[in-house]
Design a protein around this ligand. Structure first.
Ligand code: UDP
Ligand code: MG
Length: 328
């Protein structure tokens, strides 16, 4: 018996010596996907024996039985940290909450629907060991997404990167490995509105990319509809660029100059040829066109004013009901 104690102590020391990797898994109505998720993780993670894994499951205010299923599936596990948010705050906030709670030396956000294959984690860890602080996973093949989604995603990256100050690498989702220093930097960012792709890109650090194949959803349906995605894209551009705001000055100057020129021409024409019957159509077009431009400009200002207003309230991005750590 006595010789067992040092052996156990040595084992514990060994366990402690292993690097800790936290997987952050946001979940919103993922009840159907949970079973496959855990069995797939259990098929992959134990093989990576050099690391100790922590599964940070963030329940983002699910309205189905996700939370109950989570409790049920994780009751016997020792590697789970369960974060229950007070309501649905959206994937961005759920990720932020997970990053905040995660204790690993590196953190990997991963979708609950297994669209980010856990098999890729091995490759990420290898790059991390080479000294990279961020390992991006790029979707080499988006054939599991619909044509419309692929087209809109491509347009989003193109427009965002043309306009915004911080470039977002195309076809890279939230699935990536980030070192503890990067996680700390992200946790320290004060903004309440969190466009994670942009924040990830903004913090920088030594980055490399690996390529993977994005699988179709394991179960259930996508939680993002077209309207949500549009708002997401707008959020991305508006929180990382003021170009949409600035561009109106130039458009305004260009239109004012053109209008002045046109006015001069009309005055000249009237002096030389006298008054003719001006067309109402051209007048109406000019008025409506300018009115439209002004409304867009005001809307743009509203977008930013709204953001400034929301930030000024200093509300947190999410609220946690409770954190349950099965590993003490
Ligand atoms: N998700 C979330 N809160 C939300 C919407 C989605 O936590 O309000 C999670 C969802 O459970 C999944 C991940 O974010 O784990 C990606 O969502 P989904 O698969 O629906 O998005 P898609 O892959 O279609 O872009
Ligand atoms: Mg998905």
């Amino acid at each position: 018996m006595t010789e067992l104690a040092p052996a156990a102590a040595a084992l514990t020391a060994l366990a402690d010596a292993r690097k800790r990797i936290s997987l952050v898994i946001p979940m919103f109505n993922e009840s159907e996907a949970l079973g496959v998720l855990f069995s797939r993780l259990d098929a992959v993670l134990p093989a990576l024996s050099g690391y100790h894994f922590e599964l940070v499951c963030v329940n983002d205010g699910s309205t189905d039985d996700t939370l109950a299923r989570l409790h049920q599936l994780t009751a016997a596990r020792v590697d789970v940290t369960l974060v229950d948010l007070s309501r649905n705050f959206g994937k961005e906030a759920a990720l932020s909450a997970g990053l905040f709670v995660a204790s690993g030396d590196a953190v990997i956000p991963i979708d609950a629907d297994l669209q980010d294959p856990p098999e890729v984690i091995n490759e990420m860890l290898a790059k991390w060991e080479e000294g990279f602080e961020v390992v991006l996973a790029k979707r080499g093949d988006r054939s599991s997404d619909s044509i419309a989604k692929r087209f809109t995603a491509q347009s989003f990256y193109r427009i965002h990167n043309a306009v915004a100050d911080v470039e977002i690498p195309p076809d890279v989702g939230d699935f990536r490995l980030i070192d503890r220093v990067v996680v700390n930097a992200l946790n320290d960012l004060p903004e309440g509105r969190r466009f994670m792709k942009g924040l990830f890109a903004w913090v920088g650090f030594k980055t490399t990319t690996i390529v993977y194949r994005r699988d179709p959803r394991s179960a259930g349906t996508s939680k993002f509809n077209a309207w949500k995605l549009w708002n997401f894209a707008l959020e991305g551009v508006a929180s990382f660029s003021i170009s949409p705001l600035r561009i109106w000055t130039y458009i305004g100057v260009a239109i004012a100059l053109a209008a002045m020129g046109w006015g001069g021409w009309i005055a000249l024409r009237t002096i030389i040829w006298g008054v003719d019957l001006p067309g109402y159509a051209s007048l109406l077009v000019a008025v409506l066109f300018l009115g439209g431009l002004q409304l867009i400009g005001i809307g743009m200002i509203g977008e930013y004013l709204g953001r400034a207003f929301m930030e000024s309230k200093r509300r947190p991005a999410y609220l946690i009901r409770q954190v349950v750590r099965s590993n003490g």
